[in-house]
Design a protein around this ligand. Structure first.
Ligand code: AP5
Ligand code: MG
Length: 209
């Protein structure tokens, strides 16, 4: 059973690594950011409430995030394990998760802020299939077009500089304390998240052994 959390600052590569490792482990990749962005795109009541918080780079209120995550965890594919990306993000969420799930590992992504800012400012996403690109490390074959479906690539609204500054601050104040929380519970496996995506994947594999 793999019940794993990827913990790390915005732009650390959690989503990139989760897509690869969830496939290898045979468990679903559950990103609260992706679930919330789908709700925003579908204009559900929850999505409409989350939208302003996300654009500004603030955390979405815990009750909304917990609702969307619990619904997802109840689906049959999550019964045999999951890889959580972007949850929990504060102490209250970690404690709520602890009440309904027993984790096996928490992999934390260590990386210097300068690299995060560069990765986030260069990120582009496909609005149709959600594929993620990077102007410097993973450019599309044709500039500004998705390799898979040819859609025009866009920048995530929260990858604008003002929102990035807020997200980094929110991470330091609210999420970073979870490193100690999981270290004392002997679940934490820190990895160096700099280097190429393949190098990082190998470090995550080692951390999950
Ligand atoms: P979320 O979507 O979770 O965003 P995040 O945590 O800020 O992280 P990112 O998705 O920006 O980065 P990532 O680590 O996944 O990096 P990626 O692999 O894409 O959350 C967004 C918002 O939703 C939050 O701000 C909040 O409002 C809300 N939210 C979500 N969860 C919540 C919760 N639990 N509670 C409350 N609110 C919540 O990589 C980044 C870029 O770098 C890409 O372009 C990629 O191609 C590139 N890259 C990746 N790895 C490498 C590498 N090794 N070398 C070079 N480039 C690389
Ligand atoms: Mg992500």
């Amino acid at each position: 059973m793999h019940r794993v959390v990827f913990l790390g600052p915005p732009g650390a590569g959690k989503g990139t690594q989760a897509a690869q490792l969830a496939h290898e482990l045979g468990v679903p990749h559950l990103s609260t950011g992706d679930l919330l962005r789908s709700a925003v795109a579908a204009r559900t009541p929850l999505g409409l409430e989350a939208d302003g918080h996300m654009r500004a780079g603030r955390l979405v209120p815990d009750d909304l995030v917990l609702k969307i995550l619990r619904e997802r965890l109840e689906q049959p594919d999550a019964k045999a394990g999951y890889l959580l990306d972007g949850f929990p993000r504060n102490l209250a969420q970690a404690e709520a998760l602890g009440k309904f799930a027993e984790l096996d590992r928490v992999v934390s992504f260590d990386i210097v802020p300068e690299l995060l800012v560069r990765r986030l400012s260069d990120r582009r996403v496909c609005p149709t299939c959600q594929s993620v690109y990077n102007l410097s490390s993973k450019p599309p074959k044709v500039p500004d077009r998705c390799d898979a479906d040819g859609s025009s690539l866009v920048q995530r609204p929260d990858d604008r500089p003002e929102a990035v500054t807020t997200r980094l601050k929110v991470y330091a104040e609210q999420t970073a304390p979870l490193l100690e929380y999981y270290r004392t519970r002997r679940l934490l496996r820190p990895i160096d998240a700099s280097g190429t995506p393949d190098e990082v994947t190998e470090r995550v594999r080692q951390a999950l052994r």
